[in-house]
Design a protein around this ligand. Structure first.
Ligand SMILES: NC(=O)c1ccc[n+]([C@@H]2O[C@H](COP(=O)([O-])OP(=O)(O)OC[C@H]3O[C@@H](n4cnc5c(N)ncnc54)[C@H](O)[C@@H]3O)[C@@H](O)[C@H]2O)c1
Length: 343
């Protein structure tokens, strides 16, 4: 297993950098490619502090056909790709749909062309629970029918899944896994890496920590009249290290299990929903901090509630997420203190 060389796209980003750590700790060799659109490659220093392994990032825009082709011509043998690189802000995608279609769809197509050309055997795709839209029933299983994508971002994930399924149907030499993440949050326990977007954070947990530390005067809770137990949206928050480990397990499944289907899908959520208000309360309780927040109208592109049935990932990947919302909040706060140089 140890000789496998895995290309991680978007490796300097939030989930990518945590996955580098888990892959290295499980004996994989990693290659980082990231155009640093939403990341700083200094995060690789943090990865080195945790793992002892130095990684150089390849700064390549994968949505650019020629640049992508040139990169693959020079990189040598690759045994697998984990494809994180994408734009990911739901709100921004509503404002700038073409930016999202151009980047997310073209990057995937360029990578799949390389998969075919170089016969790369394993491919793992970052999909999202947003593909379920506003689901008819909860929790969602991998067989739950996909609904209308509520944002261009979500639609890029639906399109991406479909493109991969079409390719998997004809590319016998490669196997694919689509991982539908629910709501990744938290940071590595060391505090050496965490969520550090260049663009303004829009996910709940960094918005909470940035507000608590004073980088924002206040935060808004979008929607307080949803049909939920306290009127705020329900999401399934999954610790980023639990999520990272699922990628290693997915790779191991493809490598060790010759009978694995050519394309498979797994939900990666903890299997429980928490409301935005419950998350805020958890943060205040475990950190002892105050938080200046206000209720605001609903935001375009947001669904009411979504949480996972993760039985399939438990049974077939042997994946058992172990960290709670409290641990998510504590690790995110620890990271915020470190990156803000408070400790
Ligand atoms: N964080 C979440 O809440 C969440 C939820 C579900 C799915 N996802 C998906 O997981 C993946 C990783 O998300 P993340 O939270 O780590 O985001 P992130 O923005 O922190 O990381 C993505 C990385 O990809 C890079 N990138 C973007 N376009 C690129 C391009 N054309 N070429 C090369 N690099 C490029 C960015 O610079 C960034 O470092 C994304 O595909 C995202 O859509 C994220």
């Amino acid at each position: 297993m140890s000789e496998k060389r895995i290309l991680v796209t978007g490796a300097c980003g939030y989930i990518g950098s945590h996955t580098l750590v888990d892959l290295i700790e499980n004996g994989f060799e990693v290659i980082s490619v990231d155009n640093l659109d939403n990341a700083d490659d200094a995060i690789l220093e943090g990865v080195k502090m945790i793992t002892g392994v130095h990684i150089d990032n390849h700064n390549v825009d994968l949505s650019h056909e020629e640049a992508s082709d040139l990169f693959f011509e020079g990189i040598g043998q690759i045994d697998g790709i984990i494809h994180f690189a994408a734009h990911k802000s739901v709100g921004e995608s509503v404002e700038q749909p073409l930016k999202y279609y151009q980047n997310n769809v073209n990057s995937l197509i360029n990578l799949l062309r390389a998969v075919k050309k170089y016969q790369i055997p394993y491919f793992i795709f970052s999909s999202s629970c947003s593909v379920y839209g506003n689901p008819e029933s909860l929790p969602v299983t991998e067989d739950t029918a996909l609904q209308y994508a509520e944002s261009p971002y979500a639609y890029t994930k639906q399109i991406g899944e479909r493109i991969i399924q079409d390719v998997a149907a004809i590319e016998q030499q490669s196997k694919f896994i689509l991982l539908r993440y629910f709501n990744p949050a938290g940071a590595h326990e060391s505090g050496h890496i965490g969520e550090q977007p260049i663009n303004k954070a829009s996910n709940l947990v960094p918005v909470i920590t940035e507000t608590a530390i004073g980088k924002r005067d206040k935060m808004m809770v979008f929607g307080f009249d949803y049909p939920t137990r306290d009127g705020t949206c329900i999401r399934d928050y999954i610790h980023v290290m639990d999520l990272a480990h699922a990628h290693t397990l997915a790779l191991v499944r493809l490598i060790e299990n010759e009978d694995a289907p050519s394309c498979d899908i797994f939900n990666l959520g903890i299997g429980e929903g928490a409301t935005v208000k419950e998350c805020i309360d958890a943060f205040i309780r475990v950190t002892g901090r105050t938080l200046n927040y206000e209720m605001a109208p609903r935001r375009a592109g947001d669904v009411v509630a979504v949480y996972a049935d993760n039985t399939k990932a438990r049974n077939l990947l042997g994946w058992f997420p172990s960290k709670s919302v409290d641990e998510i909040m504590l690790s995110a706060w620890n990271w915020e203190l470190k990156r803000s140089k408070v400790i």
